[in-house]
Design a protein around this ligand. Sequence first.
Ligand code: CP
Length: 311
Amino acid sequence: MISATAQRRHAIDLDDFTAEEIEEILETTGSMKEVLSREIKQVPTLRGRTVVNMFYEESTRTRISFELAARALSANIVNFTARGSSVEKGESLIDTVRTLQALGAEIVVIRHSQSGAPYLVARHFNGAVINAGDGRHAHPTQALLDLFTIHERLGQIRDLKVVIVGDILHSRVARSNLWGLTRMGAQVTLCAPPTLLGPATYWTTTWPEVTISYRVDEALQGADVVMALRIQKERMQAGLLPSLREYSRAYALTPERLAGLSEKTLIMHPGPMNEGVEIWPEVVTAPNAVIEEQVTNGVAVRMALLYRLAG
Ligand code: CP
């Protein structure tokens, strides 16, 4: 049987992934998870292949899980950070990626604060490019690990009600999840104060079908999955929020606010979290919270993607 991802070279966002491709990656993730449950958590699949982690922005989960994923597949992994490199002498992104290619890079994983940077890299690199988060544009591997976690826990994605609450306007996680979740048949509600959502017409004209809500208690009704997003303090300084306390009072995931939900409703957060701002510590440790599972699944998802793109 021909693989659904056979023709795919890059993973820059989920907007150009078919449902079949996503299904194949989720299935491969299951196999990779099995590898990671063995005593020896390594297979020779990518032996001799070279992966470069290019991180122009801070990361804990994504960078380390790509590194662990590459190692579990026996690839050579090189970690490049802008700080301490010739970027500080003014070397451009294009020259940097050409240099890495000349040094043998075959797969580049890039995180960058500028939306669209991975597309630029893809135009100047002969191998595969994986977006590890660019500006507010996309974070496809986070969305894939979220999809995997939901499917593993609830046995389906189709017809689930997924509510994403928080700083939607600046969130690459929300955008990639919106593509991935809707392509897999989920109903998505985006909930935030108007200043952190942007104009409703932006969401209803440019994006897949989505419900917009400004009232969290209303949005949460009947939710199968609730995903909180990080509130950045800069938003307050930019005048988008009166205060973090105001935001918490109206939108934080608190035990009281979630009390009416089914005990099966999954609580998710991509991390890093501001506990006590967008999510309460008791919610983070509740039995239906899968925040640590999301992190764990990140390694298997990234193994699956590296394996599929290395072909
Ligand atoms: N979720 C996420 O991208 O986390 P990091 O910034 O730690 O990689």
